[in-house]
Design a protein around this ligand. Structure first.
Ligand SMILES: *Cc1c(COP(=O)(O)O)cnc(C)c1O
Length: 424
């Protein structure tokens, strides 16, 4: 499928007059349509709730859009819990799916009334220690090990993943938790990342549904919510076919009817913790071509770099690029599109066929709305960019300003020289 940006060259020029490139731009309309469809696809389940994976796009303005549709926050650290708190997400609106968790973060979550999702059996004791006693509602993270396959395709390798408890451990964990007064139980599992297939969620759901029926039969413990976590992917490449959330929702419903309903468990709520699927396609990194270099290869240097979007540098991930205003021109020039870090992996694209790029052209780097801005760092003294929301009515709003050198030097405020340094 042809990938087109959600913004025109003219609009980007208008925005860039106010906020210089590079910046992350988000599409309010796309975000709203998508979350609304997710809700519809799972409307057959009375307790359905999406806990947005905050780490994917930790911006309160964006998360607040999702909050209008009843979404909660899936947090992985204390700072993310704090962000949830600032936007009024507390109690059942928080899922704390952390790992290698510092013990005091359990307490912080518990004080907010959030649901603690235990990554390990040893954390039962840690939570007890941190909170005085176990909360009444808790969840456990499951890792069946082995290799997760769909048909003959190896999707991922849970046996190699650090997350979750083994089958034996999870039975034991529920037993201990029940003994210690937990009243409401959940289960969570995240086996494959960025799946571009409609089969992942239904398969995972079936596996978890069968497990919780067995737990009920063996331990007499009723698990009241099943958290399918993240993992629904997006088509980063034009040739990939997009997931159909309605087919996915229907697939999960079928597994529910097949496994849970006959077991008398038709009150189980389905939770999700989607990140990439909720925001990925609705954010783009907008950057300007500022240098060209003709050496052993043809290079176009842009004003963004891996600090603004790391995925190509660290995973070799493909991100589609549109040269704005040249959507209909032939792609008959081959470029490496680079940032300015002193790292040769700082390339947004390698040997990419694109229209002829002139200096000053704006490039739209697609699908940067999740695990984009949030993964950024400050290597080479690079500063993080602004985030801007393109509203449904075509107006735009700054939702996070760009960092300044002052931000970069802020943590040196323990030295006298800092005052000198920041005189700009
Ligand atoms: C990262 C993460 C998610 C979100 O994953 P996506 O691939 O963005 O959907 C959800 N839950 C947990 C525990 C995670 O670590």
């Amino acid at each position: 499928m042809e990938k087109l940006p959600f913004v025109s060259k003219e609009k980007v020029e208008e925005i860039a007059q106010v906020y210089p490139t590079p910046f992350h731009l988000y599409d309010e309309k796309g975000i709203r349509e998508n979350v609304s469809n997710l809700k519809k696809a799972f409307s057959w389940n009375k307790g359905f709730k999406e806990y947005f994976a905050v780490k994917a796009t930790p911006n309160p303005f964006l998360i607040n859009i999702l909050r209008e549709y009843g979404c909660g926050c899936d947090c992985s650290s204390k700072t993310e819990l704090m962000m949830a708190k600032t936007i009024g997400a507390t109690g059942d609106d928080i899922m704390f799916s952390s790992n290698d968790t510092p013990i005091e973060e359990f307490k912080y979550c518990n004080d907010l009334g959030g649901i603690i999702n235990l990554d390990d059996i040893t954390h039962i004791e840690a939570v007890e220690k941190a909170c005085g006693r176990l909360p009444e509602k808790m969840s456990c993270r499951y890792n069946p090990g082995g290799i997760f396959k769909i048909s003959n395709d190896i999707m991922d390798n849970p046996g190699d993943a650090k997350y979750g408890m083994t089958t034996e451990q999870i039975y034991k964990a529920y037993e201990i938790m029940k003994e210690k007064g937990v009243k409401e139980f959940g289960i969570h599992s995240f086996l494959c990342s960025n799946t571009v297939t409609n089969e992942y969620y239904p398969m995972l759901a079936k596996l978890l549904f069968e497990l919780i029926v067995d737990i009920k039969n063996k331990l007499g413990i009723h698990i009241s919510f099943v958290n399918l976590s993240g993992g629904i992917g997006i088509p980063y490449r034009p040739e990939q076919e997009k997931n159909d959330i309605f087919v996915i929702g229907e697939g999960v419903r079928k597994a529910y009817e097949e496994v849970l309903v006959p077991a008398g468990m038709d009150d189980v709520a389905i939770f999700t913790e989607l990140g990439r699927y909720m925001m990925g396609p609705y954010g783009g990194l907008v950057t300007k071509a500022i240098n060209e270099k003709h050496t052993h290869k043809e290079y176009v240097g842009v004003d963004a770099c891996a600090v603004n979007l790391m995925r190509p540098a660290i995973y070799g991930a493909y991100h589609h690029i549109t040269v704005l205003g040249k959507e209909n021109e032939a792609c008959d020039f081959k470029y490496d599109v680079t940032g300015s870090l002193c790292e040769n992996c700082d390339k947004f694209a390698i040997d990419r066929m694109l229209p002829k790029i002139e200096m000053g052209d704006y490039l739209f780097i697609h699908d940067a709305g999740a695990h984009g801005f949030s993964m950024g760092y400050n290597y080479n003294g690079k500063l993080k960019s602004a985030e801007i929301l393109l509203n449904e009515d075509g107006s735009f709003k700054l939702i996070r300003r760009a960092e300044t050198p002052k931000d970069y030097f802020q943590t040196f405020d323990c030295f006298d020289l800092y005052d000198e340094l920041i005189k700009e």
